[in-house]
Design a protein around this ligand. Structure first.
Ligand SMILES: *Cc1c(COP(=O)(O)O)cnc(C)c1O
Length: 422
């Protein structure tokens, strides 16, 4: 799929007069249209709800936008729970899918009325001790082990993943939870990440639906909801075929009607916890070329670095780059596009064919709207950028200011020698 930025050079030049680069820019229209499409793809299921994975883009303005689109939140930590609360999410609008969970986080989740997803069999006892009871609504996370394959391709390796319970454990878990007074039960699994195939959800659904039938037979528990979690990917590379959310929704419906409905489980609600699919394509990192360097390779130095977008440095992830204003120029120059960290892996692209770049050009790093800003850190004393929202009416709203040195030093607020640092 051709990668077209949702902004032009003129728009960015205008925005940069107020907000210097680097910055993140999110596309309200794209976010809304996509969220609507997700809702429509699953509209065959009465209780369907998307719980946006907060960790992907933990910004209150983005969460409010998704709330307007009827999404809930999926949290994995105390701060994500607090953020959800502050945005007005409550009760079963919040999923708490965490692992290795501290007691105080279970307590906060329970206070907010969130749906607690148990990552492990031993968490039954841990939660009961922590809360003094088992919540009426409870979810269990499943891990089938082995390799997760689609056709013959290995998608991921659940057997090597720290998450979830074995089948034996989960069947026992439902029996115990039932005995201890739980009334509504859910099942959850996340088996593969960034899948760019319409088959992932339907195949995962089949595994979970068949397990739901077994849970009914062997544990005497009829599930209320099944959470397919995250994992639907986006085409980071232009030669990848995007997922078709309608085909995915229809694929899940088919398996639902084949497996759940005949087993008397036709009332099960389908939940999702998508992060990447909801936001990645609708956020870009905008940066400016500030240096060019000719040594053993050709380098373009930009004003963003891995602190702003860590995925390339961390996983060698590909993020497509558009040089604004040169969309139609031939890609006849090979560059490494680098940030300024004292780490040689601080490269947004290696040996990338791009149009000839001049100092001052604006570069768009595509598909950074999820797991982008959120993974940021402060190595080398580098500061995190602003986040901006391009509204549907074309105006731009600041949704997070850029960090200042004072933010960097804020945790030394007890320390006299830094009191005057700004
Ligand atoms: C990270 C995560 C998600 C979101 O994953 P995406 O790949 O962004 O869709 C959903 N649920 C859980 C429990 C997660 O850890």
């Amino acid at each position: 799929m051709e990668k077209k930025p949702f902004v032009t050079r003129q728009q960015i030049e205008e925005i940069a007069k107020t907000y210097p680069t680097p910055f993140y820019l999110y596309d309200e229209r794209g976010i809304r249209e996509n969220a609507r499409a997700v809702g429509e793809a699953f509209s065959w299921n009465q209780g369907f709800k998307e719980y946006f994975a907060v960790k992907a883009t933990p910004n209150p303005f983005i969460l409010k936008l998704l709330q307007e689109m009827e999404c809930g939140t999926d949290c994995s930590s105390k701060t994500e729970l607090l953020l959800s609360k502050a945005c007005g999410f409550s009760g079963h609008e919040i999923m708490f899918s965490s692992n290795d969970t501290p007691a105080e986080e279970f307590t906060l989740a329970e206070e907010l009325g969130a749906i607690i997803n148990l990552d492990d069999f031993t968490h039954i006892e841990y939660v009961e001790k922590t809360l003094g009871k088992i919540p009426e609504t409870i979810c269990c996370r499943f891990n089938p082990g082995g390799l997760f394959k689609i056709s013959n391709a290995i998608m991921d390796n659940p057997g090597d993943a720290k998450y979830g319970m074995t089948e034996e454990q989960i069947l026992e878990a439902y029996k115990i939870l039932h005995k201890k007074g739980a009334k509504r039960f859910g099942l959850h699994a996340f088996l593969a990440s960034n899948t760019v195939t319409n088959e992932y959800y339907p195949i995962l659904a089949k595994v979970l639906f068949e397990l739901a039938v077994k849970i009914k037979k062997e544990a005497g528990v009829s599930l209320s909801f099944i959470n397919l979690s995250g994992g639907i990917g986006v085409p980071y590379r232009p030669d990848e075929e995007p997922n078709d959310i309608r085909a995915i929704g229809a694929g899940v419906q088919k398996v639902y009607e084949e497996v759940l409905t005949p087993a008397g489980l036709g009332n099960v609600s389908i939940f999702t916890e998508l992060g990447r699919f909801m936001l990645a394509p609708y956020g870009v990192l905008v940066t400016r070329a500030i240096h060019e360097k000719h040594t053993y390779k050709e380098y373009i130095g930009v004003d963003a670095c891995a602190v702003n977008l860590m995925r390339p440095a961390m996983y060698g992830a590909y993020h497509h780059i558009t040089v604004l204003g040169k969309e139609n120029a031939p890609c006849d120059h090979m560059y490494d596009v680098t940030g300024s960290l004292c780490e040689n892996n601080d490269k947004f692209a290696v040996d990338r064919m791009l149009p000839e770049i001049s100092k001052g050009d604006y570069l768009i790093l595509h598909d950074a709207g999820a797991h982008g800003f959120a993974m940021g850190y402060n190595y080398n004393g580098k500061l995190k950028s602003a986040e901006l929202l391009l509204r549907e009416d074309g105006s731009v709203k600041l949704i997070r200011r850029a960090e200042t040195p004072a933010d960097y030093f804020a945790t030394f607020d007890f320390c006299d020698i830094l009191k005057d640092v700004r």
